[in-house]
Design a protein around this ligand. Sequence first.
Ligand SMILES: [Fe+2]
Ligand SMILES: [Fe+2]
Length: 191
Amino acid sequence: MTLDEIKARLVVALTPKRYAHSINVMKTSMEIAEKYGADPEKALLAGLLHDCARDISDEEILELCKKYDIITDEITREQPSLLHGQIGAFIARDSYGVTCGEVLEAIAYHTMGRSGMPILSKVVFVADFIEPARSYPGVEEIRKESQVSLEKAMLKGIDNTIGHLLDIGKVIHADTVKTRNWVLNMLKHNA
Ligand SMILES: [Fe+2]
Ligand SMILES: [Fe+2]
C-alpha cells in the first residue's frame, strides 16, 4: 500500500482531530528519528498509523482482543482504549499492509511502553507526547528534554501521565509503571 493509499484509508477511520494528530506525530517522529539515528521512513509509517485503532469502540476493541488473542486484565477490561496500540498493530498489519516488525512494535507499545523497547518505539512514544498541537501542563518541559535525551523525555512524559492520573484519582496500569522503572534504571546506569 502506498503512503497516499494509507492516508486515504486512515482519514476515514479516524475523527478529523485524530487524523490531524496522526499527521503531526508522523512528522515529529521523523524529526526525532533523524536526530537520534532511528530510521526516518519507519518512524514516518509508525507515527502515521500509531492511533489507527484509537476511534474503535470499546466493545469492538474487546471483540478484537478475542480475535487476536490479546490478553486483557481488570484495568484494560474497564478501559479497553488502553489496548488501542496493541490492536492498532494488528490492524496496521491486516488492513494497511505493514510488514515491518519494528513499525508494528512501535504502534503496539506507544501507549504504555514496555521495558526494553527499541529506539523506533521510543521515538513514536515521545512524538505522541510532543507533536505541535499537543497542549497540556508540562508539555514544554517534555519538548525541551526531547532535544537533549530521548530517554529523559520518555521519563518526563510518563511522570506527567502518572502525576495526572494521581491528580484525578484514576488507576495506573502496571505496564506504565514497569516502563518507567526500566527507563529510570537505564538513565541511572548510563549516567
Ligand atoms: Fe494512542
Ligand atoms: Fe496519539
